[in-house]
Design a protein around this ligand. Structure first.
Ligand SMILES: [Cu+2]
Length: 151
């Protein structure tokens, strides 16, 4: 015989209610995505290429990041840096899985958004707008900064 104390019984009741309210369960429930901590390094010298970073937080079902863009640049690509035979290299990702109830972090040394064709005069302190398109959640925009880290 299994004896549960009152506290366990209450938490079990809470869990089953939460499952019931999910309806179809975590796999098929709608993604609930929040973008935060967006920033981009100022393009060095006369170059018009840089890298941008952000945190993709998902409190719902699984989704897929399909593309990114910014009004201050011609093109934004999803990239990932990898260490292979002591050499750091990067490759483009066409789609990035966003797990259910998970977080995907774009940070220096790992995943980054490669920003091409940055407009002249973009400098530290400027506002950064990034627009990400997800398979299920659609288009989501986040405001950030140009600088040495998230504001
Ligand atoms: Cu890159």
């Amino acid at each position: 015989m299994i004896i549960l104390n009152r506290r366990h019984l209450l938490s079990l009741a809470g869990a089953s209610m939460a499952l019931a309210s999910c309806g179809q369960g975590a796999e098929t429930s709608a993604p609930k995505i929040t973008l935060k901590s967006a920033w981009m390094r100022p393009p060095p010298g006369s170059r018009d290429t840089s890298a941008a970073y952000l945190v993709i937080q998902n409190e719902g079902g699984a989704d897929t990041l399909l593309s990114a863009s910014s009004p201050l640049a011609d093109e934004v690509q999803m990239h990932i840096s990898e260490m292979k035979d002591d050499v750091m290299s990067m490759r483009r990702e066409d789609a990035v899985a966003i797990p259910a109830h998970g977080t995907v972090t774009y940070t220096p040394g790992g995943r980054h958004l490669m920003v091409f064709g940055i407009q002249d005069g973009v400098k530290a302190g400027d506002k950064l707008t990034l627009t990400l398109t997800f398979k299920r959640a659609g288009v989501i925009t986040v405001e950030g900064v140009v600088g040495s880290g998230p504001s």
